[in-house]
Design a protein around this ligand. Structure first.
Ligand SMILES: NC(=O)c1ccc[n+]([C@@H]2O[C@H](COP(=O)([O-])OP(=O)(O)OC[C@H]3O[C@@H](n4cnc5c(N)ncnc54)[C@H](OP(=O)(O)O)[C@@H]3O)[C@@H](O)[C@H]2O)c1
Length: 315
């Protein structure tokens, strides 16, 4: 089968398309023919060994010290079951599934092996591109807005980086919970985030967020340009600062009104997000959608920091 492989850490040019052996599902696994997979900021971080300050050493231990241990990137996938392991009863060949492969990755390929528990049935009305696109930003936004903060009717939420994968989901999930959402983006993306429901837009090229006068119950910084101090200054009394891009130092100091850390990839969250897309309550914003041969272009787009929503590769 064909896969996008990287043998060393580096720029988008280290990703190359090559033939690799067809993976075989274990007892509890399914083999998925990948129809769409997201190329995320996490994929680009791992490819470039570019992690938030302080996380370089632990991340290298996890992903490979001198060179990548797992050479095919890609976690969020959508596709069709091509084979099932002998102990798998819940899924059959031909079922359409979506999910997140986790640290094993491997979705930037024609075929992917994942534990069956990670493959969730995809509603027929949701396209493979949308299914693969919603999961990375959606699970992160859910994790932060639901588990690390209390967001309900009237909660004021500031989403910094509102036009990214996490931001486009956070704006919409905040609105679904009844929040009043302020989106921070640049002028070209203002209409988009307004169409997603944002009540107010701050143009980060005009307004320096750290000196903004606004005060919010929840501040979600998906850009990583707020410090704990500058973020706290944006909080209303009793507010909460959410830092998915925290440095190690910030993560160690995150307690009380500050939360950081990795989001979780849970099958029930995947199912929930797919249902929201199916019901038309959550719109998946797609940036580039390309074939496997053009995946390096997508890595370049992600590296630019200007990606709007989600970039997708269709092997
Ligand atoms: N902790 C976790 O578990 C977790 C999970 C997922 C992601 N993350 C992290 O979250 C971060 C965001 O991920 P993502 O995939 O959403 O990123 P992304 O899609 O690559 O974000 C791109 C967007 O960022 C916006 N942006 C760039 N500079 C900005 C600024 N100064 N102010 C406001 N917006 C700005 C851009 O909009 P403009 O062009 O309009 O500026 C662009 O649309 C990444 O660092 C990722 O590693 C952490």
């Amino acid at each position: 089968m064909r896969a996008a492989l990287f043998d060393r850490y580096g720029g988008p040019e280290v990703v190359r398309i090559t033939e690799v052996p067809r993976p075989e599902p274990g007892r509890n696994d399914v083999l998925v023919q990948v129809r769409a997979a997201a190329v995320t900021s996490a994929d680009a971080r791992i490819r470039g060994a570019r992690f938030p300050r302080g996380f370089g050493a632990p991340a290298r231990l996890a992903f490979g010290v001198r060179r990548p241990r797992r050479r095919v990137l890609g976690s969020a996938f959508s596709g069709v079951v091509a084979a099932v392991g002998p102990a798998v009863e819940a899924l059959s060949v031909g079922d359409e599934v979506a999910g997140m492969a986790g640290m094993r990755m491997g979705a930037h390929a024609e075929l992917l092996v994942v534990p069956a528990a990670r493959a969730v049935r995809k509603p027929a009305a949701v396209s493979h591109e949308d299914a693969a696109g919603v999961l990375f930003g959606g699970t992160t936004a859910l994790h932060y807005l639901r588990e690390k903060a209390t967001v309900g009717p009237g909660t004021t939420v500031l989403v910094n980086g509102a036009s990214g994968a996490v931001g486009t989901c956070a704006v919409q999930l905040g609105k679904l919970r009844g929040a009043v959402v302020t989106a921070v983006t640049s002028r070209p993306n203002a209409a988009l985030v307004t169409s997603l429901g944002a009540d107010d837009v701050i143009d980060h090229t005009v307004t320096d967020l750290s000196s903004s006068a606004g005060r919010y119950d929840v501040v979600l910084d998906t850009v990583g340009n707020l410090t704990i101090d500058s973020g706290r200054r944006l909080l209303a009394p009793g507010g909460r600062l959410l830092l998915p891009v925290a440095t190690l130092g910030q993560a160690l100091r995150a307690r009380g009104d500050v939360a950081a850390g990795s989001s979780r990839e849970r099958a029930d969250d995947v199912a929930h997000l797919l249902r929201l897309v199916e019901d038309g309550q959550l719109r998946v914003v797609l940036d580039k959608v390309v074939g496997l041969d053009d995946i390096a272009d997508v890595h370049r787009r992600v590296d630019s920091g200007r990606k709007v929503g989600n970039a997708i590769v269709c092997p």
